[in-house]
Structure formats: C-alpha cells, structure tokens
Ligand binder design. Structure first.
Ligand SMILES: Nc1ncnc2c1ncn2[C@@H]1O[C@H](COP(=O)(O)O)[C@@H](OP(=O)(O)O)[C@H]1O
Ligand SMILES: [Mg+2]
Ligand SMILES: [Mg+2]
Ligand SMILES: [Mg+2]
Length: 355
C-alpha cells in the first residue's frame, strides 16, 4: 500500500543514510585546515559541503521542481583560496554519490553511477540558496547539524525536512553517533529517525534503514521521562543555560540536564530519553534557522509531543530561512509542556524584577 509522501520518504532516508556514511568517514580522515570559520564565527567543514552536495544532487534528480533551503553555499569553495578545499569536497561527494546501490536505492536518484564535475557539485550545493516562504513545496537541509559536536567526535545529525505550505510534512534525522538503545550507551551506534505527518515517528537502524527489521515506533510520555530532565545545547553561545537551570528549579527537576549537540536532542526526546527540549535565546538577536528545527518539530509532534516557542506560539516555517520572531524553542510531552511554559513565564518575571 502506498501512503502519502512515500517516494519523498524513501529518497530522504536514502540521502540522509549516504550523508551519514560520508560524514562519519570524513571525521576519521579530517585533517587540520579542512575547517573554515564562517562570517558568523561558526565552523564549517569539508563534511558539511560534501554532504550538502550529495543530498541536493539526489533531491534535484528525484524532485527537480522542488526548491531547497540549505545551510551552506559554495562561495568559499569558489574563491581561489578555497581550491584545495573544493577538490576535497568534489572527491568526497563523488565517493558518496558513486558508491554502489543498496537494495532500497534507485539509480534515477543520481547515485551509483558516474562522478560529477566540480561545477555540477558546486551548483548542487547552491541549489540550497532558496529563500524559503509560505506557499508550495520546499526542502530544508542541514548537512551537518552540530558541527561543533561533529568536530569533538560527539553528537551531530544530518537533518532533512519537506515543508509544504509552511507545514513540515516529513522529517528525517540521521545520527551516526547516537546509541541505538539509550539503555545501552556503549552498544551499537547509528540511527535514523523518520516522521511523516499523520503516520507516526519511527527509529530505523542506520546500517539498514529500510531492511527487514521493523521500524521502532516512538512515543513521548505525556508527563515526560521519570525522573524528568532537560535536554540542552553543549554550546553556551547557542542557548541561555542559566535560564534553563532556573526553569528546572521551578519545575522541581533534580536530575542533571543532558547536554547534547544537534537535533539528536529531539530524537532523544521522541524516544522518551529525557523530558524537555529547552532552548532560550542568549540575547544577541540571533534568529533560529528553519533547518535547525523543521525535522525535529515533526518528529516531536508525531511522537505525541508538543513544540512551540517559549511563549507558546507555534514555530513559523513560512517566514523564510529563519523562524523570524519566534523566541526560543520548547518541546515536551503534552502535560509537561504546559508546565514548562508556566515555569518560563515565572522565571522571566523574576528576571524582570531583578531577582
Ligand atoms: N547564537 C546562537 N543561538 C542559537 N543557535 C545558534 C547560535 N549560533 C549558532 N546556532 C545554531 O546552533 C546549531 C547547533 O545547535 P545545538 O547547540 O543544539 O547543537 C548550529 O547548527 P550547525 O552546527 O548546523 O551550524 C547553529 O545553526
Ligand atoms: Mg553551521
Ligand atoms: Mg544546524
Ligand atoms: Mg549545519
């Protein structure tokens, strides 16, 4: 039986799996000077560029009319000073594109065949330059979310979502370093999380995502994990962690927070491993990017949870490349989510009173 977005799900899972294989092999080979610092001071590696080239090539072949909002662009690789980096990106992207087809893959997605030229791959990266918007179909891609975690050898995720008329319909998150079973942190690693609106949230094994093993259906307990704890960024510059601490106190949370890079936090939440995703702005005027939350948001909702900004407003994926005026992000099981909004309100009032 075919269901809505079947073809999109298959291509997205295949693209994310290939990008996970690519980025983990890049990590093992990464040499100094293969990382650049972007204008906003954040890092980008040959892994980010080549994964975006790979995924955009596959999307471009499978869905040629769909625009893509991707995090990276090719400007630094086109600059004469970026020649060595560009050559590495071309080699890595081609290695990933030409790898033999798996049982779940099709040649018409642009894989398993000929290598592409540097121009074709740079153009594929720049397919991600779409401005976003409120109507029609678009994909949003974060080729490596949590680049800082990636560089530390910790958590990162390949994140892809299909947005239709500003609503996220499909989300796929690949987590090469996440334990398959949270109860066995030293056990097998590598999972893909998939959510299709109206069809639930599932965890698949990265090694054989569409193989014989049945996908594991995910559900967030309405009252959160027991004991409850917070899922938050590792990077202090990305979220106001002191505010989280106060919210945790108000909620009576005694368990230490789980600090983890990337949308792996949404995956942990979706499988009931941790209770509350909380990301409060640091006050620098930074606007959250749609690719940092789109797949995570549909995963949380399809697992039965609720996701809003810190004031309880829905996240708006129709404003362009950013979430615009949305202020912070809160995701949790249904009951606990409303308690968290209350605790945030109280912590803000205390702040305003200078306590
Ligand atoms: N000042 C800031 N506030 C909030 N998020 C920020 C930020 N600066 C960068 N980020 C985003 O935080 C993401 C990582 O989130 P987390 O802290 O949950 O791991 C980064 O994704 P990339 O690593 O893809 O660039 C980046 O987009
Ligand atoms: Mg980045
Ligand atoms: Mg990101
Ligand atoms: Mg990224």
């Amino acid at each position: 039986m075919s269901t809505a977005y079947d073809a999109e799900r298959q291509v997205a899972v295949a693209a994310v799996r290939r990008a996970c294989v690519l980025t983990s092999s890049v990590f093992n080979k990464l040499v100094r000077n293969e990382t650049l610092t972007k204008d906003d001071k954040s890092p980008v590696t040959v892994g980010d560029f080549s994964a975006q080239a790979l995924v955009n090539t596959m999307l471009g072949r499978a869905f040629p009319d769909d625009p893509i909002v991707g995090e990276e662009d090719s400007a630094d690789l086109r600059d004469p000073s970026g020649a060595a980096l560009r050559d590495r990106v071309v080699a890595l992207a081609n290695e990933a594109l030409t790898a033999p087809l798996e049982a779940h893959e099709k040649a018409e997605w642009g894989i398993g065949g000929r290598a592409l030229t540097a121009d074709e791959l740079l153009a594929a990266i720049d397919r991600g330059n779409h401005a976003g918007g409120r109507t029609g179909r678009m994909w949003t891609l974060d080729p490596i979310d949590g680049t800082k975690g990636f560089l530390r050898g910790e958590q990162y995720a390949v994140c892809l979502a299909l947005v239709v008329d500003a609503r996220v319909e499909l989300g796929v998150i690949g987590c090469p370093n996440l334990p398959a079973d949270p109860a066995q942190p030293g056990g097998a690693r590598g999972c893909i999380f998939v959510a299709v609106r109206g069809q639930g949230a599932h965890q698949l094994p990265l090694a054989d995502p569409l193989g014989a093993a049945p996908p594991r259906r995910l559900a967030i307990p309405a009252f959160g994990a027991d004991p409850l704890n917070l899922l938050e960024s590792v990077e202090k510059a990305h979220a106001k962690l002191s505010f989280n601490e106060r919210v945790a106190q108000i909620l009576g949370v005694t368990r230490a927070p789980t600090r983890m890079d990337s949308q792996a936090k949404y995956c942990a939440l979706a499988r009931g491993d941790g209770g509350v995703y909380l990301r409060m702005p640091t006050g620098t005027g930074y606007r959250e990017k749609i690719w940092d939350h789109a797949p995570g948001s549909v995963l949380v909702e399809e697992a039965g949870g609720v996701i809003t900004d810190s004031r309880g407003e829905p996240l708006d994926f129709g404003l362009g490349r950013t979430l615009g005026e949305n202020f912070g992000v809160v995701a949790a099981g249904k009951e606990v989510h409303s308690r968290v909004l209350g605790a945030i309100k109280r912590a803000k009032e205390e702040e305003a009173q200078g306590q």
